[in-house]
Design a protein around this ligand. Structure first.
Ligand code: GH3
Ligand code: MG
Ligand code: MG
Length: 532
């Protein structure tokens, strides 16, 4: 995990633009996935809403048709009753020969009420009168086997769908009994052709079936006298078909159900449009209304809506994600750059303060430290010591064993000096090639001498082979000075005193320490220095 993080971090730091593009391309499939999901959801919602409205409209249409049927049929029944109480009609049924004026009356009755056929049957079912158009064919014919006759002769008004035997045209028959007192003496029949009804009961797509499931009204006419699959008439015998519908066989209505997104949809012909369905029963007349409405355009629209939503979402989310990635990448880059800058600063600070080889404080820090020791000594009246030491015959060691070995020796001497000094206030500096300085808090000359001796022995004790002569080891020479009354010295003067002491140590044979003689200047104002 860590290396991956590091890798990403490095990439972001080095190639920010490229990283943003790569990250964006990596995020792109997710953007597409989300855009498709949301667009599909929205598209589906919009389609559902439109289909809902379409369903409501269709339901309303179907309801209106069913109300129209009841209204229309009720009126026809009333017309039939009205004709049944006409005095001339009643008297015609009593006479053997029907007077022509009855036919005239029936003709004008049918004209005024816009009924296709009106006729009167006697109690045996024989036609005795009819409007002019049908009179020639019908008068004298027997209709006693018809259901509408049987019902009416038993005293009931009746409505029946009939396919005319002579005309083979489908129509509705409305019959009513003609009574003389309580006795039924005949029947009047009003006939309305389906064609006429179709114009008044219009359903955009759909049809009306009778109680057996046979289509008896279809605006398109293609389903006329076909049977809805699964309905009673599917199992009718040829004889029954002939009697009721004047057909040998009843074709099935093409009606195919499809389930789309949990919705039941229907096709009304092969590869036709998908339709929604709404049905209604007109129970008083045993009719069923099948209402359909095509939603293909809504579904096509849904596809377009999806594309539109998808494009809009993809652009918005694509731009949005690029912006977010850009911002995040920038934030990460800023953060890491800040961290590296901090690290770099710390490193620089270290480099500025410490010597790279020995890891001791450097010359600059020595200058600062000596000034601070002076300041503290002046303020608090403390005393301190400065010790300078230098490796003996170091050039020879370097020349004999090489510079690298020389460096190793420098490091060892440095760390042994540092380890020899226990207190935190004791500080060791590398102030030149193989020259070191020590600043410590000290009270007396004796203390300084013993400290120098500790350092000298520490280096000698390392036992590092020196090429001067067989058995020789690396040693150091030291010069020290104690600063007591600090107002009387300067850093330069002090350094010179220690350096002089070191020089004396070298002259006296090396591997030894020399304490500088202190200067005492009791009165600053006189500017005269006395020697102690
Ligand atoms: P003396 O006892 O008088 O001090 O003799 P010396 O040879 O030690 O003194 P000199 O000043 O003649 O030589 C110092 C040598 O220290 C010269 C130089 O090659 C070596 N030197 C200085 N700095 C470094 C360093 O960083 N690494 C190494 N390996 N050698 C260094
Ligand atoms: Mg030297
Ligand atoms: Mg030296």
């Amino acid at each position: 995990m860590e290396p991956l993080k590091e890798h990403v971090r490095n990439k972001i730091e080095k190639h920010p633009i490229r990283s943003i593009i790569v990250l964006w391309i990596m995020v792109l499939p997710l953007v597409v996935f989300l855009a498709v999901g949301i667009a599909r959801y929205w598209g589906k919602n919009s389609v559902s809403a439109q289909i809902y409205i379409e369903n409501e409209e269709l339901a309303l249409q179907v309801k209106r048709v069913s109300e129209m049927i009841v209204l229309k049929f009720d009126i026809m029944k009333k017309y039939a009753s009205l004709l049944a109480v006409n005095r001339d009609v009643v008297s015609a049924l009593f006479s053997t020969t029907c007077p022509e004026r009855i036919n005239d009356y029936i003709q004008s009755f049918s004209n005024v009420l816009d009924v296709d056929l009106v006729f009167v049957l006697d109690k045996n079912g024989v036609c005795v009168a009819a409007n002019h158009r049908a009179a020639f064919d019908m008068i004298g014919s027997n209709f006693s086997d018809r259901e509408y006759f049987k019902a009416a002769i038993s005293g009931k008004r009746y409505t029946q769908f009939v396919v005319g035997r002579a005309s083979s045209s489908p129509s509705f028959h409305f019959s009513a009994p003609v009574q003389s007192g309580s006795e039924v003496i005949g029947v009047v029949v009003l006939v309305v052709n389906i064609e006429k009804l179709s114009q008044q009961l219009y359903i955009p797509a759909g049809f009306i079936t009778d109680k057996s499931g046979v289509v008896i009204l279809d605006n398109e006419f293609e389903n006329m006298l076909k049977v809805v699959p699964g309905e009673a008439a599917s199992n009718f015998e040829q004889k029954q078909n002939q009697l009721l519908y004047f057909r040998d066989r009843l074709e099935p209505v093409y009606l195919q159900e499809h389930t789309v997104d949990g919705m039941s949809l229907w096709t009304l012909r092969k590869d036709g449009d998908l339709h929604i369905f709404q049905g209604a029963n007109v129970s008083s007349y045993g009719l069923t209304i099948y209402g359909f409405s095509s939603i293909s355009s809504i579904l096509e629209d849904g596809e377009k809506t999806f594309s539109r939503y998808f494009c809009a979402l993809f652009i918005a989310m694509g731009v949005g994600s690029a912006f977010i990635i850009g911002t995040i990448t920038n934030l990460i880059r800023d953060k890491y750059m800040r961290i590296s800058l901090q690290n770099l600063n710390a490193q620089l600070k270290r480099l500025a303060q410490y010597d790279a080889l020995t890891e001791l404080l450097n010359r600059r820090m020595f200058d600062e430290a000596i000034a601070a020791y002076f300041a503290q000594a002046r303020r608090l009246g403390t005393s301190f010591a400065l010790i300078i030491f230098d490796i003996d015959y170091f050039k020879m060691l370097n020349d004999t064993f090489g510079h690298q070995e020389g460096d190793r020796v420098l490091k060892e001497v440095a760390s042994s000096a540092r380890n020899a000094l226990a207190r935190e206030t004791d500080k060791v500096f590398r102030i030149g090639g193989e020259e070191f300085a020590v600043l410590v808090l000290a009270e007396s000359d004796a203390q300084v001498v013993s400290l120098m001796e500790i350092l000298r022995r520490a280096v000698e004790g390392l036992g590092i082979t020196h090429p001067q002569h067989p058995g020789a080891v690396v040693t150091i020479s030291l010069g020290g000075v104690l600063v007591k009354n600090s107002t009387l010295f300067t850093a330069t003067a002090l350094f010179k005193m220690a350096d002089d002491a070191l020089y004396s140590a070298k002259l006296s044979g090396r591997n030894q320490a020399v304490l500088a003689q202190r200067f005492e200047v009791p009165d600053l104002a006189t500017g005269v220095a006395d020697q102690a």
